[in-house]
Design a protein around this ligand. Structure first.
Ligand code: FMN
Length: 216
């Protein structure tokens, strides 16, 4: 099947259009078809070894959303947005987790788990070397999902605000992550900009390409 693509101009227009929304329009919700594409973009996020050490908690409940600004530096976006995605990373990635992943990979690819034992051992070796730093590694993977989400939302014309201004431990408590294998890392509010959000018309502040991109 041929891949249908957006043009180079459309892509850059989307990224110029997007900005970190400071004020969402609480009356506007993301429709089901658009949300399904966004959800799929989260699931399709690539990760190191393909291990997907994350959970994506999607807060839709008005009651839960209403509690979020107080634990988000009093920022209003999590309360007014349509969908608040909370990225939780796996605290420890143990052999049992890797084995469950390998079993799934074997099933999807139509091979035996034994055929993947070499791959499994490379992963386990990597994780042993990363002992004590799994949460950092998992968080890095979660940020890849955040990036993919932001890009996907922009292309779909959905507004977003990535959010590190959240109290992760309080999110863990509210969302039932306390004592689980996962911990809150970052959030992303999604929905539609309020017409009076003046941040929408502010110039982008970015270093020139010549300062950050080096060709060799
Ligand atoms: C990981 C991450 C966390 C952020 N946290 C917040 C936040 O808590 N609140 C907020 O208003 N903006 C937040 N931002 C938005 C940035 O300030 C914004 O993306 C940056 O200034 C560039 O502006 P632009 O996204 O509007 O182009 C965050 C951005 C990223 C990537």
């Amino acid at each position: 099947m041929a891949l249908s693509t957006v043009s180079a101009t459309q892509l850059i227009d989307s990224y110029q259009w997007r900005y970190a929304v400071k004020r969402f329009d609480p009356s506007k919700q993301i429709d089901a078809v658009t949300w399904a594409a966004i959800e799929k973009s989260l699931v399709l996020t690539p990760s190191s070894f393909g291990l997907q050490p994350w959970k994506f908690l999607v807060v839709r409940s008005p009651e839960v959303k209403a509690k979020l600004p107080a634990i988000s530096w009093n920022q209003t976006q999590p309360g007014d947005c349509s969908h608040m995605v909370v990225f939780a990373a796996r605290k420890t990635v143990d052999e049992a987790y890797v084995d469950a992943f390998i079993a799934q990979a074997a099933e999807k690819r139509g091979v035996t788990a034994e055929a993947l034992v070499g791959y499994r051992n490379v992963i386990v070796g990597f994780l042993k070397n990363t002992t004590g730093r799994h949460m950092v590694w998992s968080s890095n993977q979660a940020y890849i999902a955040l990036g993919q989400l932001l890009a996907s939302a922009a292309v779909l014309g959905v507004d977003a605000c990535p959010m590190e201004g959240i109290v992760a431990l309080e999110y863990d408590k509210l969302l039932g992550l306390e004592g689980s294998d996962y911990a809150t890392v970052v959030g992303c509010a999604l929905g539609y900009r309020h017409p009076e959000d003046h941040y929408a018309s502010m110039a982008k502040v970015r270093f020139d390409a010549t300062e950050v991109i080096q060709y060799l």
